[in-house]
Design a protein around this ligand. Structure first.
Ligand code: 0RA
Length: 399
């Protein structure tokens, strides 16, 4: 009696949640354009990345199928399939159908990944015409199928398994998305990024439409990321500058290298999310870099000048990657890091690091200072030219 009551209550919750997600998909995945569509993949892959960061998974494989569906396969522990004590159903069914239950429940490991909205795989399920999960665990293959998030089969044992892992295959719902056609380019760009941000993890992408396969795996992590971004540039110092510091469950990784161009290519991430709008980690980085370069100029009496943040960022390619337990994403597109603690932390950690680095690598320090001074002079010259043109035109009009 009590058991069936509990089941009934849980079913109603699931249906209500599904309805909420399908009614307002943008609240969960940002939007329903190509961007939101690809966000579905991110949510699924994030769970596997978490499993890899926990040390339980070494390889993640994505397959873009001919019929337009996508599989994400990992060799982790597999989503638990035993009866969930309070929900009265298989744990995998709970993960796939209950909001906020996906890979996000207590795994007893330091969890750093988390999709942009951290909503989990149940949202992907709710927004998919169909989805199939296959779990290899306890020597067996367990499968369940859903349509628009609703289970249409029980969790069934379909055979024996020697190893463990999870495979999720889904087809996005045409009723929800403007287009349901995945771009292999968008997919591989993100997977490459994830491989750089999570060193060691092997990520394979297969496109069954043309039989192509890409393997992303980086031993150097964000150092390799910066090398990749600078691959077609003339760099002004040979080695990427790299700092990695960790304390109180907070990890800050910074890699940077200047090229002889004029663009700033600084990309920041929090828990693998590209914080396009920047935020506290980016501000801390910026302040520290400006202060360190100015202090070096002053200390070595190189010039009487105060460089701006823009001056020290010309030709700079950098990755800032922070991993924290409680990310607060703010801004228009929820891609601005809000955790105020990160501003001071990144600033002081990175400033201290740079002071020592400049002391120990004077030739690199001088190359950076000269590049920044050049930027400052160019900026000053441009300002004067603008002023002169303005004054001339004023004179011209009155004479
Ligand atoms: C919850 C608990 C455990 C693993 C997972 C979730 C898990 C979720 C996903 C989603 C994609 N791949 C995944 N791999 C694992 C651990 C349970 C245990 O102690 O074995």
């Amino acid at each position: 009696m009590e058991k069936s009551e509990g089941y009934k209550a849980a079913s109603i919750t699931v249906l209500k949640n599904l309805e909420a997600v399908r009614k307002r998909p943008s609240m969960y995945i940002g939007d329903i354009s190509t961007r939101g569509l690809h966000h579905l993949i991110d949510e699924v892959v994030d769970n596997s990345v978490d499993e890899a960061l926990g040390g339980f998974c070494t390889e993640i494989k994505l397959i873009l199928h001919k019929n337009g569906s996508v599989s994400v396969i990992d060799n982790g522990r597999g989503i638990p399939v035993d009866m969930h004590p309070t929900e009265k159903r298989s744990a995998v069914e709970v993960v796939m159908t209950m909001l906020h239950a996906g890979g996000k429940f207590d795994k007893g490991v330091y969890k750093v990944s988390g999709g942009l909205h951290g909503v989990g795989v149940s949202v992907v399920n709710a927004l998919s015409e169909w989805l199939e999960v296959e779990v290899k665990r306890d020597g067996k293959v367990h499968v369940q199928r859903y349509e628009k998030g609703i289970p249409v089969t029980p969790v069934e044992v379909k055979g024996e398994a020697k190893d463990t892992g999870t495979a999720v295959t889904f087809f996005p719902d045409k009723e929800i998305f403007e287009s349901t056609i995945f771009s292999f380019d968008i997919i591989t760009k993100r997977l490459r990024e994830l491989a750089f941000l999570n060193k060691g993890v092997k990520i394979v992408a297969v496109n069954e439409n043309d039989g192509s396969e890409r393997v992303f795996q980086s031993e150097g992590g964000v150092i390799n990321f910066v090398e990749y971004l600078n691959r077609n540039k003339n760099v002004i110092h040979p080695k990427v500058i790299y700092q990695n510091k960790e304390a109180d469950s907070t990890q800050v990784e910074i890699a940077l290298q200047y090229n002889d161009g004029y663009l700033e290519s600084v990309f920041s991430f929090c828990n693998n999310v590209n914080t396009v709008e920047g935020g506290t980690h980016y501000s801390g980085f910026s302040t520290a870099l400006t202060r360190a370069v100015n202090d070096y100029i002053k200390k070595n009496k190189l010039e009487e000048i105060r460089l701006s943040g823009a001056d020290v960022k010309e030709g700079l390619t950098a990755i800032i990657s922070v991993k924290i337990p409680d990310p607060q994403f703010e801004g228009q597109t929820k891609t601005k890091l809000g955790n105020s603690k990160l501003k001071g932390l990144v600033d002081s950690w990175f400033y201290d690091f740079l002071l020592t680095f400049f002391e120990e690598n004077p030739s690199v320090a001088k190359a950076i200072v000269n590049k920044s001074l050049l930027s400052a002079r160019a900026r000053e010259a441009a300002r004067k030219a603008r002023e002169l043109t303005r004054r001339k035109s004023v004179l011209g009009s009155t004479s």
